[in-house]
Design a protein around this ligand. Structure first.
Ligand SMILES: Nc1ncnc2c1ncn2[C@@H]1O[C@H](COP(=O)(O)OP(=O)(O)OP(=O)(O)O)[C@@H](O)[C@H]1O
Length: 228
């Protein structure tokens, strides 16, 4: 598990005068769970892209466990993300033509040779996430099952951090609640720090702290989310 420390973060885009994101300070302790809410266009995805290193920051530092990823080269940021951050996205990002199992192990297989331990962990995670047939073709799974496979994939390398961007937004209420419960439970079990963008107040209440963004700034936060 890794703590997140943001300081003086700014994200600007060409042609826009004001920063689309401006966060003077934010601290999330190692193993804590942060929900990010806010209206459309408030900067949630931009913040996710900054904390995962998917996008280059304009100014400030984004530090995970003391490593400031804003200072890393693009290649080193990618390597840091692969080693430490499990990502779950709204639209799953799964590969058709592969089975559930093959989807879970794909990122590891692309990085290195798959070991027996990887295979066993992948099968164990599929079982934990409620996927009965690991060999089932991914495109034949229900949407809820697909997101469960994406959760298993995010957890395979035992990351210190899990970042989920609206992971239940394209699921129905009941399925979404089940996936939310699963993400929170597995993050806690693995001791991973969890950051979730969600519009869902029920999901937000499952996490131990939250911030609300408006116009790229933190306008409201729970007592535990130290932000100034
Ligand atoms: N690459 C870019 N170039 C220019 N403007 C951008 C870029 N990316 C994001 N923006 C702008 O930054 C603002 C924040 O966008 P962002 O996608 O972070 O919002 P959001 O809160 O995630 O919205 P939603 O809930 O609709 O996904 C928006 O006004 C958007 O138009």
């Amino acid at each position: 598990m890794l703590a997140l420390d943001i300081s003086g973060l700014e994200m600007r885009f060409p042609g826009i005068d004001t920063p689309v994101l401006s966060i003077p300070r934010l601290h999330v302790p190692a193993g804590a769970q942060l929900a990010i809410t806010g209206a459309s266009g408030s900067g949630k995805s931009t913040l996710v892209n900054a904390v995962t290193g998917l996008e280059t920051t304009t100014a400030g530092s984004v530090s995970w466990g003391g490593t400031d990823i804003a200072r890393l080269s693009a290649g080193k940021r990618d390597a840091f993300r692969a080693a430490h951050i499990g990502l779950v996205m709204q639209d799953f990002h799964l590969f058709p033509g592969l089975s559930a199992f093959e989807n879970v192990v794909l990122p590891v297989r692309l990085a290195r040779r798959l070991t027996q331990i990887d295979r066993e962990r992948a099968l164990g995670l599929l079982e934990t996430t409620g996927i009965a047939r690991a060999s089932q073709a991914i495109e034949t799974l229900s949407r809820g099952e697909m997101q469960r496979v994406a959760v298993a994939r995010a957890l395979l390398s035992n990351p210190g951090v899990i970042v989920a961007d609206e992971p239940t937004a394209s699921l129905d209420r009941r399925t979404g609640d089940e996936v939310a419960e699963l993400i929170v439970r597995l993050a806690r079990q693995d001791g991973a720090t969890l950051v979730v963008v969600t519009h869902d107040p029920v999901f937000r209440e499952r996490l131990d702290r939250h911030i609300t963004l408006e116009g790229g700034r933190i306008v409201e936060h729970s007592a535990e989310a130290w932000a100034a």
